[in-house]
Each structure stands twice: as structure tokens, then as C-alpha cells.
Design a protein around this ligand. Structure first.
Ligand code: ZN
Ligand code: ZN
Length: 199
């Protein structure tokens, strides 16, 4: 029996809601904008101190998270709750295992100099079964383009292990905030199927 397809989200990286302070800083060749790089490409607002964010100081991640909150797509994923499947994925791994999986996922998805089909490697799903993917969209570690314009790491070369450590720290901060009750160790999870009637 074929698994039902997970629903793709209708939002796009270029979306913005500028009146509500949710911008889009992504510069693309397609949307040649009148606004300078680093400002919102839809309205020209300039709420982010890029130099500060791009110092990538582990002690300054609160400011980095607040800055990410100025972008529509990041805020969307910051606010998206972890669904049932994502929670059971996390429980099967435990917090320690989930953190290890986050680093492995970053290394594989954005670690290489030229990731396969960069920009499409991190699924954007409404009912994602992997909380790490949502964490990557929220923290701009989903592809090398986002990692470049947010975190100031140029494309075209492999990430260093220090860079991977820093970016993993952003992802695990998101996961810890989303899953505050997650035990350190893996726990057995009994999957509820859709037709048991249980919530
Ligand atoms: Zn804007
Ligand atoms: Zn991206």
C-alpha cells in the first residue's frame, strides 16, 4: 500500500508580510529588486544587523534568533509546532540522538562544497515527520544559499567543522525549544495509526 504523500506547504522562501514586520531578505536573479542586498527585497526595510549575526558567536544566538524572526519564512517555521510524527521521531532518538542526527543531517545536506540540487534538499512539509527539517528552515540552514545570506558562509566550499558545530547549535536550540520534554535517551514509541481514533 502506498504511503499517503505528505502535504507540501504553500509558502515560498520569497514570501513576505511586510506590514506585520515579516520580510524577505533573499536576493534572487529572478526577483531583481530595487532594494539593496541585506534589506527586505519587497519593501526595503533594514531591521537586521548582519555584521553581528554573521560573526556567528555561540554566545549571541538569542540575537541571531531574534534577527531570523524578521523574515517571513523563518518565523513561519519558528512558530510551526512539531507534529505527532515529528514528536515520535524525536522520542525514538532521544535528545542526545536527535542532536547527533542534526549534525549528521547538516553535514550531509549543506556540508559539501556543492550539495546536490542545492535549495531543494530540505523538504518543506506541513506535516513533516522530521523536526530537523523544520529547524533548518527556521534557522536558515536549509541550503547553502540561505546559509550564505544569513550566516555569511560563502558557497562553493565545504563547511568547516567549526561552522558545522555553530549551525548545529542553532538547529539544536530550535529543537530543544520545540521539544522541551524530550528525554535524553531514546524511548519506545508506539505509533498511533490514523484509524485508531486516538488523538
Ligand atoms: Zn519587507
Ligand atoms: Zn534555504
Amino acid at each position: 500500500m502506498a504511503k499517503p504523500e505528505r502535504k507540501k506547504l504553500k509558502i515560498r522562501c520569497g514570501d513576505s508580510d511586510c506590514n506585520n514586520g515579516l520580510h524577505c531578505f533573499r536576493v534572487t536573479a529572478r526577483t531583481v529588486s530595487n532594494f539593496a542586498a541585506g534589506t527586505c527585497q519587497a519593501c526595503g526595510a533594514d531591521p537586521v544587523d548582519w555584521q553581528r549575526v554573521q560573526q556567528r558567536a555561540p554566545g549571541d544566538v538569542e540575537n541571531t534568533f531574534a534577527s531570523l524572526g524578521h523574515e517571513f519564512v523563518r518565523t513561519y517555521f519558528m512558530q510551526l509546532p512539531a507534529g505527532e510524527d515529528a514528536q515520535s521521531y524525536a522520542r525514538r532518538k532521544g535528545r542526545i540522538g536527535l542532536h547527533a542526527a542534526a549534525r549528521k543531517r547538516l553535514k550531509q545536506s549543506i556540508g559539501p562544497a556543492h550539495p546536490f540540487r542545492d535549495g531543494t534538499q530540505t523538504p518543506m512539509l506541513e506535516d513533516s515527520n522530521n523536526p530537523i527539517w523544520n529547524a533548518q528552515h527556521a534557522t536558515a540552514t536549509c541550503c547553502r544559499r540561505c546559509t550564505e545570506y544569513w550566516h555569511g558562509i560563502a558557497r562553493g566550499r565545504a563547511l568547516t567543522s567549526g561552522e558545522l558545530d555553530y549551525l548545529t547549535g542553532l538547529v539544536t536550540k530550535y529543537l530543544d525549544e520545540k521539544l522541551p520534554d524530550l528525554a535524553d535517551e531514546p524511548s519506545a514509541v508506539y505509533r498511533l495509526t490514523k484509524d485508531t481514533g486516538n488523538e
